[in-house]
Ligand binder design. Structure first.
Ligand SMILES: Cc1cc2nc3c(=O)[nH]c(=O)nc-3n(C[C@H](O)[C@H](O)[C@H](O)COP(=O)(O)OP(=O)(O)OC[C@H]3O[C@@H](n4cnc5c(N)ncnc54)[C@H](O)[C@@H]3O)c2cc1C
Length: 303
């Protein structure tokens, strides 16, 4: 334990501060232990205070967004977990199609609002759960497009507490990653450039995206979307299916019988179960096809 609860409470980091907060409830997989300290900031000032506090105490700080792309350790997370979600959300549309979006905003909420204003460019991302912050970190994408297709700038906070705004050209990004996956900065907001578009065109793109999601909709059990990145010129799900591993069970997790790149929590899954199943699929795909499957899901905590 780094600090006493009373000591941290004295710091008044945020109204939404708790010790030993179970985190599984904040993840789409419903897996994982508790945060030593949990805080859900409402403002940039609070985020800055939390970062400054963690830095001054040498305390680990982990950011959680919508929790739709993480595998949380059964041991939970030491130090502070900063949950950037609806409490730090909202957007500001400008007449020229620019929109400034706070990191905790749900992608789905943003897409709905953009559609109602006949602004196109992100409707293809419909169905991706999670927050704008998580989408920027992961460069989330679908239907041949990705988050960075509409990003103009991203504003973040460095671990030293410096607020930095970078243009898209200054941010390295690629298939399911951006610099923010590695640089330890906290995404605060992004400016997106959307295009005035005919309502019928947006509706058609939206329906295509929705249709593509239909097979996933039949998966009712908690999951984290695609577990593995697609290898070059191939599909992780296809390889797993080809070797007959659909439906494979390990403790409380199972390779979805409906979608081989999804692993579902059948009720009482642990992170260890998920980790063991991931490793067994990697080993078998390597043995059979000499393809190294890389997890897309982010591992948080000790494994
Ligand atoms: C059913 C389902 C379908 C999915 N379909 C797709 C899909 O089609 N395409 C796709 O790309 N993904 C998909 N995903 C994965 C996931 O939704 C995306 O990766 C999403 O962008 C993650 O956002 P999040 O807010 O949930 O991030 P989280 O899972 O909370 O976090 C992901 C990473 O980002 C970091 N992070 C989050 N917010 C911030 C912030 N503000 N600042 C700094 N770091 C931050 C976290 O520390 C973590 O490392 C799917 C997931 C599910 C469950």
């Amino acid at each position: 334990m780094h600090q006493s609860v009373a000591h941290i409470k004295n710091e008044k980091l945020s109204e939404h501060f708790r010790a030993h907060e179970p985190l599984a409830q904040y993840t789409s997989w419903r897996i994982g232990g508790a945060a030593e300290f949990y805080v859900a900031p409402e403002s940039e000032a609070e985020i800055a205070r939390i970062v400054q506090f963690a830095q001054s105490q040498g305390m680990p700080l982990t950011v959680l967004g919508g929790g739709s792309n993480v595998l949380l350790s059964d041991q939970g997370l030491p130090g502070l977990v900063m949950h950037i979600t609806h409490r730090f959300s909202g957007f500001e549309f400008q007449p020229d199609g620019h929109v400034i979006v706070k990191a905790g905003t749900r992608l789905g909420t943003l897409i709905r609002k953009a559609m109602s204003l006949n602004l196109g460019g992100i409707e293809q991302l419909w169905g991706i759960p999670g927050t704008l912050g998580g989408a920027v970190v992961m460069n989330a994408g679908a239907c041949n497009t990705e988050t960075f297709a509409v990003v103009e700038t991203v504003t973040s906070l460095t671990p030293q507490g410096q607020r930095v705004t970078r243009s898209k050209a200054e941010i390295n990004h690629g298939y399911r990653w951006s610099d923010y996956k590695y640089n330890g900065e906290i995404v605060l907001e992004a400016t997106l450039k959307l295009a005035p578009t005919q309502a019928e065109v947006i509706a058609e793109n939206f329906q295509k995206a929705d249709l593509r999601r239909q097979p996933q909709h039949s998966i009712r059990q908690p999951n984290c979307g695609s577990v593995f990145r697609n290898p070059n010129n191939n599909f992780a799900g296809r390889l797993i299916e080809q070797m007959g591993a659909k439906g494979r069970i390990c403790g409380g997790v199972q390779v979805s019988p409906d979608h081989a790149n999804f692993i579902v929590n059948t009720g009482k899954a642990t992170a260890q179960d998920a980790c063991r199943l991931i490793q067994s699929l990697q080993a078998d795909v390597w043995q059979q096809y000499h393809v190294q499957l890389e997890p897309e899901v982010i591992f948080l905590g000790e494994f």
